[in-house]
Design a protein around this ligand. Structure first.
Ligand code: M6R
Length: 607
């Protein structure tokens, strides 16, 4: 969703802001703008379209050493140049960029209108510069603090004033903001990717904090103006992680990174001597883990699919009742919280509003909530009671791929840990560990099916609808395959339990509606074969993903992609990867913007 970047220091701000915004493109946006302090005033440009469109209209003369920039994803007000950020006060002395939603903007706007303020945009954000101007008496930080006391809603903001050269004031409440500490230069951004080219030293802001930055450093206070001491963290990954490095797009790169990212997730998390999982970050003793009677997982989108796999594993091998629920549902229902239930919030970004608020609601009721997050220092990672980072590295493509396989890798280690404390014998544990450790190599082998998958994608990508079908652990994989296809290729696709098609969806089957079957050599293979035959009998084209050497599947399906043989519990890794490739090649063939599909944002920080 929206992105913020700000810079003050000896270098020219314009290029740094535009490059920073370029790095934030992956979050999804529809318009962008920048503003710099120049000759005692403010000089800004903004427009709809891509960062390159913005770059094209930035005048050469627009130089300055301090400025702020923004990518907007429309919520209040259409996609227009005027609604793009920055927004200015009436005198054009104050500029604000804002992520989040000002909930009481109608009342604030009415009040400001009554004071004679004329609004230029339809956004909620524009109330901020006018409010700050109302309180401004020569101290920008003070004015921001006073203005924010009147604001209800969520925000991450960066503000500059023409009369306060080389100063940026930032504030956070519900929308992430990070301060970058450089040598005689400082940055502020909604996401570290926007500043990694300049510094790896960062300070994560908490809700309710206000920062004032100048090239010499920063001061952090709370809304009551009390000083807050902050620690400076070091980012552990480098610029290469957020560059395409020879791949056509980030999604392709991230799909092919999975042998390494899964290995990275598993690294240090398997105790080979006792054949169990090691997850120190859970912050729970063995006695506490033994007392867990139920596991509940909350998440959205792809992370929810990972949660479904996690719940299945935990219940089937650790024998602990487990389920996964949409965070957007849980946050608004009066859920029962029990003291012996362990909760997980699963999220790549660590900022998804639905998951964050579901977690807060659970914690308010006294639940212990663990986070499974990819982005280090993200809000959910910091507010959870413990958890595990997925360590998949930055995921830039909007469609989640490597984060998903790393999320499930965490669940495989957690399920093992819990199972080995209960029913699983050490010899079964050794078998499990051996299979789990073989996953990265088997994923690498699966990726060699690339050309075959591309051929099939080319042949079928003009279909209007697809069904993705699987059972057991393959059911969430089917949901994930369908989600991947629809989000990046815009082809309608439904994921279903293969056992459910006879209860309705089979009516959709005809010669033009392909069914993608996930039918590896697991305990439900025979059942899925029967479901395949039901489709075949109705002339539906079948693309099957099965274990290598499965001649029976090959004899029924129209197209077959084989995956390597592995212990049956571990097929979710090997079945997911070819579906990611299938979606990718369909989108490529159809000429879609693979990394930034229409209407989507990488991190969904609004409801
Ligand atoms: O950052 P999160 O994992 O919390 O994001 C959840 C969903 O928004 C996300 O998985 C979304 O469904 C992706 N576009 C899927 O590819």
């Amino acid at each position: 969703m929206c992105g913020i970047v700000g810079y003050c220091g000896p270098k020219k701000a314009t290029g740094i802001l535009l490059d920073g915004l370029k790095r934030l493109e992956y979050r999804g946006y529809d318009s962008a703008g920048i503003v710099v302090q120049k000759d005692g005033g403010l000089d800004g440009v903004k427009r709809t379209g891509k960062i390159n469109d913005l770059r094209a209209i930035v005048p050469e003369a627009m130089t300055g050493n301090c400025g702020i920039g923004h990518t907007r994803w429309a919520t209040h007000g259409g996609v227009t140049d005027l609604n793009a950020h920055p927004h200015f006060d009436s005198a054009n002395r104050i500029a604000v960029v804002h992520n989040g939603i000002i909930e009481n903007y109608t009342q604030l706007k009415a009040h400001l209108n009554a004071e004679g303020v004329v609004f230029r945009s339809e956004t909620d954000s524009e109330v901020l510069p006018h409010l700050i101007a109302m309180y401004y008496e020569g101290d920008l930080e003070k004015a921001v603090r006073s203005a924010l006391r009147r604001v209800k809603g969520t925000y991450g903001i960066a503000v500059i004033h023409a009369d306060e050269p080389m100063r940026i004031v930032g504030a956070r409440n519900g929308s992430p903001l990070v301060v970058g500490v450089g040598e005689n230069e400082m940055l502020i951004a909604s996401d570290v990717t926007a500043m990694i080219a300049h510094t790896k030293q960062v300070v994560y802001m908490e809700d309710g904090e206000i920062v004032s930055i100048t090239p010499d450093g920063f001061t952090m206070t709370d809304i009551e103006d009390k000083k807050v001491n902050k620690q400076v963290d070091e980012i552990t990954w480098d610029l290469g992680s957020i560059e395409k490095e020879g791949f056509a797009c980030f999604m392709e790169k991230e799909i092919f990174e999975q042998p390494e990212t899964i290995a990275q997730t598993l690294s240090g998390r398997i105790d080979a001597e006792y054949a169990t999982g090691k997850l120190g970050g859970l912050n729970m003793s063995s006695r506490e883990l033994l007392g867990v009677k139920r596991v509940k997982i909350v998440a959205a989108g792809t992370s929810w699919h990972a949660g479904l796999i996690g719940a299945h594993l935990i219940e089937s091998i650790a024998r602990i009742p487990a389920n996964a629920e949409f965070s957007s549902e849980l946050r608004y229902r009066n859920c029962v919280v029990e003291s012996d239930t362990l909760y997980f919030a699963v999220t790549q970004s660590g900022e998804t509003a639905d998951t964050l608020y579901a977690m807060r609601e659970l914690k308010r009721k006294g639940a212990r909530v663990l986070g499974i997050c990819n982005v280090v220092g993200s809000t959910i990672a910091r507010e959870s009671d413990g958890g595990a980072y997925t360590h998949a590295g930055p995921e830039i493509a909007v469609a989640s791929t490597k984060a998903f396989t790393s999320q499930i890798a965490v669940f495989y280690t957690f399920a093992l840990l819990m199972a080995r404390m209960r029913d699983m014998s050490i010899s079964s544990g050794f078998r499990y560990v051996k299979a789990l450790q073989s996953v990265p190599e088997k994923v690498r082998e699966t990726l060699t099916r690339r050309d075959e998958i591309q051929r099939i994608a080319k042949k079928y990508c003009h279909a209007r609808d697809f069904l993705f079908l699987g059972r057991g652990l393959m059911y969430p994989v089917a949901l994930e395959g369908a989600l991947k296809l629809k989000e990046i290729s815009y082809i309608h696709a439904e994921g279903y339990s293969a056992g459910e098609i006879k209860h309705g969806p089979i009516a959709l089957i005809n010669e033009e509606t392909p069914s993608i079957f996930l039918v590896p050599a697991d305990e439900l293979r025979e059942k899925v074969l029967s479901n395949m035959k039901e489709i075949k009998a109705r002339n539906g084209p079948i693309i099957a993903f099965c274990t290598e050497g499965d001649e029976e599947v090959a004899s029924i399906a129209d197209e077959v992609v084989t995956i390597p043989r592995i212990d049956e519990l571990f097929y979710p890794f090997l079945a997911t990867v070819p579906l990611q490739l299938f979606a990718y090649f369909c989108a490529l063939e159809l000429g879609r913007d693979v990394d930034q599909p229409r209407n989507l944002a990488k991190s969904v920080t609004v409801e």
